[in-house]
Design a protein around this ligand. Sequence first.
Ligand code: NAD
Length: 517
Amino acid sequence: MNTLNRQARERLALHLDAYGLDASRPSTNWVNGQLVAGGGDRITLQDPVTDRPLMHYQDAGETLVALAAEAAQGAQRAWMRLSAGERGRRLYRAAAGLIGHEESLAQLESLIAGKPIRDCRGEVERVREMFEYYAGWCDKQHGEVIDVPTSHLNYVQRLPYGVVGQITPWNAPLFTCGWQLAPALAAGNAVVLKPSELTPVTSVVLAMLLEYGGELPPGLINIVNGLGPTTGQALTSHPSIAKLVFVGSPDTGRRIAAAGAQRLVPSVLELGGKSANIVLADASLDEAVAGAQAAIFAGAGQSCVAGSRLLLHEAIADAFLARLVRAVATLQVGLPDDEATRMGPLQNAAQYHRVRELIAAAVAEGAELLAGGDRPAGLPEEARGFYLAPTILGGVTPAMTIAQEEVFGPVLAVMTFRNEAEAIALANDTRFGLAGAVWSQDTAKALRVAHQLRAGTVWVNGYKSISVMSPFGGFGDSGYGRSSGPDGLREYTTTRSVWVETAPSASVAMGYGSGQE
Ligand code: NAD
């Protein structure tokens, strides 16, 4: 008997029960305002802490996806019959519906994703903010009047797509669900969302709370849980889905975009990264050392924006690394429910083994293991899950696999540079372009470097600050399209241009004339 695993299953059952999900046979889909069990193959979730089974559920499958898409179509029409102001008020109330449930949502997320409880609490808070922010946008999405050179009144309406299909990964399931749901609904769409098969539960509870809290039309948010090749593919190929929004790896992103292209449906792709954290010679070392740790070890490195490449000016490299290695030795790796824990396990076995293989490959290619590389010391005997100590690899060169591949784990690849030009060239030498940071006490110099980085987000003297108000997205293999802020809202709308003849008698043009010649 593994006591840690038994306690985790008991806590999970308690929290699921509070939302009407029976842990022994959970109905893990939210379709048309109801909890529904899947009809497909059984999926088992392992406990990230102990590598023992945590819960089982059934794959949703094609039939349930079709029911969800149909419910979404009806709900979207009902949603758009409400005034824009009323939609905003309901989304605001949906956000308020989360109040009082923050702790259960955080506990559920922590248990299944293996994330430190304090991180999960922060993410629940961010989700509430996302709905509050986009609620305010509902009645501020005006069309435009275009000053055309004819006697026409030409105006442009902003329209929702209808039903949007969303697919999310396992590293921050609750956060990602709220991140994409809020703008989609504010723009007037209904959603069918498939979370990762590894983290099915919190999206379902979130949808339920939002629909109840906001009195949203049943079917406006549908969550279908299952595997990519079954439930995921059924979603991307369903004829009612008018737009696809995908958050995940570049390989799957290509498949999603191709599936969309087959039906001529547009996509937004929020994909991976290999972000550079650049420390110039005049940086404040204390702050930059703290920043370098937070950049890569928060979330055990399972973050798309992880600062997985540390680029150090050669004049400070040795002193910086000595400090960083000392600091990392005191980083609290532990059980996710321990308030003191700063880093938990990786979420799943496949990821754990992949990260270990990438570390071994780096060492075989000539990188030097400066810290970590193995299981951390000091964990309870029963915590035999997917734990890996914070790992630092020195002497990395751009040609090494570890300098180019996204690890999505607590592994930092360190490189040095001699001057600004070299730092910029190194930073941009990957196929990704998601994020990056520059540390310097000279703001002009820091901005000169920041403005030359091929990345959708750049921090100066900081890392990982994000806000629902500011656009987020990537270049290259990090994807295309933008989320958050007004740009994120726009991705969920399209336009209709209306031409109204205002002259007493219409002059009809042949071809593409302006109609007035
Ligand atoms: P993944 O690509 O393996 O899976 C993501 C989702 O796609 C899952 O829900 C999966 O079931 C689904 N899927 C897989 N095959 C499918 C198919 N054929 N059709 C439809 N759906 C399919 O990614 P992951 O391992 O879950 O997540 C890690 C990746 O996500 C990393 O690359 C990370 O950088 C990226 N990520 C990006 C962002 C961002 O905002 N840019 C945020 C978080 C994570």
